[in-house]
Ligand binder design. Structure first.
Ligand SMILES: C[S@@+](CC[C@H](N)C(=O)[O-])C[C@H]1O[C@@H](n2cnc3c(N)ncnc32)[C@H](O)[C@@H]1O
Length: 331
């Protein structure tokens, strides 16, 4: 089993052909989990009928969407889209955001992961933020930056290591306090509470600090981590998504994500006892999402680390078909 970096599944037609043959769902299909009632679909997030296909009459408490960013990293372009011009990208964004706002419950939370390309006028983040003002039901709440460990553009510039996360609310939803694992060490910060002068650490309800809107305590996913899903080139860390879901929902609440990819939001929901409706336009990523859930239930492992999620292809490793062998070497 090779451990070299994997190719992107969206850009190799030959690999895609083999993997598509292993997929349970075709475009338009929705799979319902018999155990916890999660749903996984192969749907276009910009299409209103597709979104209502998976949602039915249900409304979500939280949406955590992670669309393609239209950002060039190295010589690669964002998934399933050749680089769009900005106007096209904004139209794509406006459509999926509208569909998402339509399925949010009365008091609910909206999150969107996004990028800002420092090699291209920081697009699309600023335009996206301005576009969001069209959605009057949503109130801007926080602009979170998560620090990635790997970046790009180090030769004559500061390395780009930020991952942006926008947070909006609809209505007046609850927000629970959550903590990081970072110990509280600020001393000498006194306040008077009920006439008594108390030190910062005395006032603490926890020994660790709250996350704030700059997250430096989360490891970017790479192939040695248990949660890694080979072939998924844009996987978000489970810890980040669990933080969002723990702060913004309760057990049994419905969480939606219309850009499933490796299924991170689904696994976070499974672990935290929420129900997740998630979909991807690409049947391969919908299949990977289902398999990640099944694998988690069988093994309690959150991902495949460097193992092939399409195990059935391994049985063909002794076949003489060189293309199959290439495929297995890649995994
Ligand atoms: C950045 S990835 C999401 C990563 C995900 N948060 C994770 O942790 O694995 C974006 C995903 O959006 C999917 N996608 C692109 N265009 C889409 C569309 N119009 N509707 C639904 N999914 C789309 C891609 O196939 C890709 O899997």
């Amino acid at each position: 089993m090779a451990t070299e970096p994997l190719p992107r599944l969206d850009s190799d037609a030959e690999i895609r052909k083999h993997l598509l043959a292993c997929c349970r769902l075709k475009p338009g299909d929705v799979w319902e989990d018999p155990v916890r009632r999660h749903k996984i679909g192969v749907l276009d997030a910009t299409c209103p009928n597709a979104v209502s296909e998976i949602m039915g009459h249900k409304k979500a408490k939280v949406t955590v969407n992670d669309p393609p960013y239209n950002v060039r990293v190295g010589n690669k372009i964002t998934p399933n889209l050749s680089k769009l011009n900005l106007a096209e990208y904004m139209e794509f964004s406006r459509r999926w955001v509208k569909n998402t706002v339509d399925i949010l419950g009365e008091d609910s939370h909206f999150y969107a992961w996004l990028g800002a390309d420092q090699k291209d006028n920081f697009q699309p983040l600023p335009d996206f933020m301005v576009m969001m003002r069209e959605f009057e039901d949503l109130k801007a709440r926080s602009f979170i930056t998560m620090r990635n460990q790997r970046g790009y553009g180090t030769q004559k510039n500061w390395m780009a290591v930020r991952q942006e996360l926008l947070y909006y609310t609809k209505g007046n939803p609850d927000f629970a306090v959550v903590y990081t694992d970072i110990p509280k060490i600020l001393r000498g910060y006194y306040k008077k509470i009920r006439g008594k002068r108390v030190e910062n650490l005395e006032r603490s309800r926890a020994d660790t600090i709250r996350p704030g809107n700059v997250w430096v305590d989360i490891q970017q996913v790479f192939y040695r981590m248990e949660e890694n899903v080979p072939g998924a080139y844009a996987q978000k860390p489970l810890k980040a998504v669990e933080r969002i879901i723990a702060a913004c929902s309760r057990e049994g609440d419905l969480v939606a994500d219309f850009f499933a990819h490796s299924g991170t939001t689904l696994i976070a929901c499974e672990r935290l006892g929420r129900v997740c409706y998630t979909s991807d336009i690409d049947p391969i990523f919908a299949e990977i999402t289902i398999r990640r859930l099944e694998h988690f239930r069988e093994t309690r492992r959150t991902g495949f680390q460097f193992h092939n999620p399409f195990r059935e292809l391994e049985t063909t490793s002794e076949a003489t078909d060189t293309k199959q062998k290439d495929l297995l070497t890649i995994f």
